[in-house]
Design a protein around this ligand. Structure first.
Ligand code: ATR
Length: 287
């Protein structure tokens, strides 16, 4: 890496999360700074739960220019910011903090990141229906992105049904109703057959031996199947989808594009996506 030497002008960015041993964000962002010729560094801040307020105060005091926020702090940082903008307000979840003069503004680029990754792959639902598996933290951004991508309806199946229902209450609208559907029931099978895109937002597939989040027999060649997991690179769900003749995408596109959108907010520059993708993929696949 040939970034300029650290001096008094070096701008500091980073990511705060817990635990945060293994994140591809420094590789992607530092590669971007290098490609853009910026005097900047991107660091990892392991911030224990409960220390969000102190971390944000520290960011103000030390002049840190921007941070990504990841699990478990995406909601906890909100009361300590001066403003929420765009999707961060709708989701009540912040994954990017940007300094604007003396003010700290919260943004959410997970939504735009997932949306752009679908568009890039030609998988945006555009008028078709979508089935989303899971209703946790990541699911909220995915629902919004599917709506942005023109889904005519989003169905949510989750092990714990009331969490799916809570997302429906929050995000359903006339242009794109959001409905809960019980996994394994007849409505689920009908829905799975009808939809254009199936998105896994559950954590199933991250560990060896995990069950599949949907029966593979339900996957058809007409489906686009997206898993927001990228480690392993090809989850058992994506393997099954590929074998069924469906189009597949892992979560790496979302990771790169959420980072690219963060960089755009922080610097106003178009993100050097190829450099970010190369560095991120090398980190994840080489790690
Ligand atoms: P994230 O922020 O990554 O979305 P999360 O908020 O913990 O993580 O959500 C994990 C999702 O995976 C949830 O939808 C969870 O289902 P529950 O709401 O029922 O907990 C789902 N999930 C995790 N383990 C699962 C399992 N063994 N079977 C089915 N769903 C599972």
């Amino acid at each position: 890496m040939t970034l300029p030497d650290i001096d008094a002008q070096t701008q500091i960015y980073g990511v705060m999360g817990w635990p945060i041993g293994h994140t591809a964000s420094p590789a992607m962002h530092n590669a971007a700074y290098e490609a853009l010729g910026m005097n900047a560094r991107y660091l990892v801040f392991a911030v224990a739960p409960g220390l969000e307020a102190a971390a944000v105060r520290g960011m103000r005091a030390l002049g840190v220019r921007g941070v990504n926020v990841t699990v478990p702090h995406k909601q906890a940082v909100i009361p300590h910011l001066d403003e929420l903008r765009g999707e961060a307000a709708a989701l009540q979840a912040v994954n990017v903090i940007a300094r604007e003069g003396g003010r700290l503004v919260g943004h959410n680029t997970d939504v735009a990141g997932f949306h752009r990754s679908l568009e890039e792959a030609g998988m945006a639902p555009g008028g078709g229906e979508a089935l989303m598996l899971g209703a946790g933290g990541a699911a909220r951004a995915v629902v919004r992105a599917l709506q942005l991508g023109g889904a005519s309806a989003v169905y949510i199946a989750n092990r714990t049904p009331h969490k799916a229902e809570a997302l429906c209450a929050q995000f359903s609208c006339a242009a794109c109703p959001v409905r809960a559907v019980q996994s394994g029931g007849p409505a689920f099978y009908d829905t799975a057959r009808r939809v254009k895109i199936i998105v896994n937002t559950t954590s199933l597939g991250m560990k060896a031996g995990d069950a599949l989040p949907i029966e593979p027999e339900l996957i058809q060649p007409s489906h686009s199947v997206v898993d927001i997991v990228y480690n392993p690179w090809e989850t058992p769900l994506l393997q099954a989808a590929r074998r069924a003749g469906a189009r597949t995408q892992n979560g790496f596109g979302m990771l790169v594009h959420q980072a690219g959108e963060a960089l755009r907010i922080w610097t106003g520059s178009a993100p050097p996506l190829d450099a970010m993708r190369r560095a991120g993929e090398q980190f994840i696949r080489g790690a």
